[in-house]
Write a protein that binds this ligand. Structure first.
Ligand SMILES: [Zn+2]
Length: 303
C-alpha cells in the first residue's frame, strides 16, 4: 500500500466485496458521499470486533490501516470472530486531504494535511450526520466484544502509545501490550508517559488508560467519544485507540507538549528540524496497526 492509495480506497473496498466481505452504505456524508460499513468473517462467530477509522480525517493511517486489515481478513479470516469496519468515518474531509496528496508523498506533506474536524470528540452528539449513522450501525450489533478507533498522532512524536479504556479486561490489555512490544522496532520507543497529558495512568509501556465519563454527564455541551459510546452500550473486553506517529524523535522523550509542538511547526514550515528524527514507513505503521487489531481479536476469541 502507498499513501496515495488514499485516493482509491472505495475501489479497494469494492474489491473485498468480491472476496466475500459484506459492504453496505449505512448513510451519506454531509456532501452526499457514501458512508460504508463492511462486515467480514463468519456471521455465526460468537465474538464481534468493531473498528472505526478516520474520525479525524487528517490522520490518514487510520483509513489505510482499516482497508489493509480488511484485505487481509478476506484472505485469512478468524473463525471465532466477525469484524465490523467503518474505514472512512468522514468521507468529505478525507476526500479533501486525498486530493492534496502529491504523487511522491513526503513527511512534510503528511504533516501539512489540514482538513480535520472532530467527529471523535462529538461522536455522541448529532453535530455530524456521519456520527449518527455510525452510532445506529454499531447499535444493531447484539454484542461488541472489542472496539478500536484508529487514529494517528499525526506528528513527529517522542514515541508510540495507545489509549485503552478503563472498562477493558486487564488480562486482554496485558496480552495485546506484550504482543505489541515484540513487534515494534527498536527505534520506536513505547512511551512511559502520555505527552498530551490526557492520561495519567500507565498500564504498560505505550498503553495509557482513559477513564470513561459517566453516561449521565454526556450531552450536547459535554459530548463523548466513540470509545465512551461503545463502552456504555456493551460490555466489551477491550476498548482502545491507536495514536500512531509519522516519525519518532528520541530527543523529545522528556520534552513538554509545547516543545513537541515547536519541533512539528518548524518541520511543517521548513522541512527541517534540529532534532534527529526517524520516519516510520507506511509499511511499518500498517504492520503495527495490524498487530494491534489481530492481537485484540485473538484475545476476545480466546475468552
Ligand atoms: Zn485523532
Amino acid at each position: 500500500m502507498e499513501w496515495t492509495d488514499l485516493k482509491r480506497l472505495d475501489s479497494f473496498i469494492q474489491k473485498t466485496e468480491v472476496l466475500g466481505a459484506r459492504v453496505e452504505e449505512i448513510g451519506v456524508s454531509g456532501e452526499g458521499r457514501s458512508l460504508y460499513a463492511i462486515t467480514v468473517g463468519n456471521k455465526q462467530a460468537a465474538r464481534t470486533v468493531v473498528i472505526v477509522a478516520g474520525c479525524h480525517a487528517d490522520e490518514i493511517i487510520g483509513p489505510l490501516a482499516a482497508v489493509s486489515i480488511l484485505q487481509s481478513l478476506v484472505q485469512k479470516p478468524f473463525s471465532a470472530v466477525k469484524f465490523g469496519i467503518i474505514p472512512v468515518a468522514d468521507p468529505d474531509f478525507l476526500h479533501r486531504n486525498a486530493n492534496e496528496l502529491p504523487t511522491n508523498v513526503t513527511l512534510r506533506d503528511l504533516l501539512n494535511l489540514k482538513h480535520q474536524r472532530d467527529l471523535e470528540g462529538h461522536f455522541t452528539t448529532d453535530t455530524y450526520p456521519e456520527c449518527i449513522a455510525i452510532r445506529q450501525w454499531i447499535q444493531q450489533f447484539g454484542q461488541v466484544d472489542a472496539y478500536l478507533s484508529l487514529h494517528s498522532a499525526h506528528l513527529i512524536a517522542p514515541g508510540l502509545f495507545f489509549y485503552v479504556d478503563s472498562v477493558s479486561d486487564p488480562l486482554c490489555v496485558n496480552q495485546v501490550a506484550s504482543r505489541i512490544t515484540t513487534v515494534v522496532p527498536d527505534y520506536i520507543s513505547l512511551l512511559s508517559r502520555d505527552p498530551t497529558g490526557l492520561s495519567q495512568t500507565v498500564l504498560f509501556p505505550g498503553f495509557f488508560e482513559l477513564a470513561i465519563p459517566d453516561v449521565k454527564e454526556l450531552n450536547q455541551k459535554n459530548p463523548g467519544s466513540s470509545l465512551a459510546f461503545v463502552a456504555h452500550h456493551f460490555q466489551p473486553q477491550f476498548v482502545g485507540a491507536s495514536e500512531m506517529p509519522l516519525a519518532v524523535c528520541p530527543t523529545l522523550s522528556n520534552a513538554s507538549l509545547s516543545e513537541i509542538d515547536r519541533c512539528n511547526r518548524e518541520f511543517k514550515q521548513t522541512g527541517h528540524t534540529n532534532h534527529p528524527l526517524q520516519e516510520i514507513s507506511l509499511n511499518t505503521q500498517l504492520s503495527i496497526m495490524q498487530t494491534l487489531i489481530r492481537s485484540v481479536a485473538q484475545c476476545v476469541a480466546a475468552a
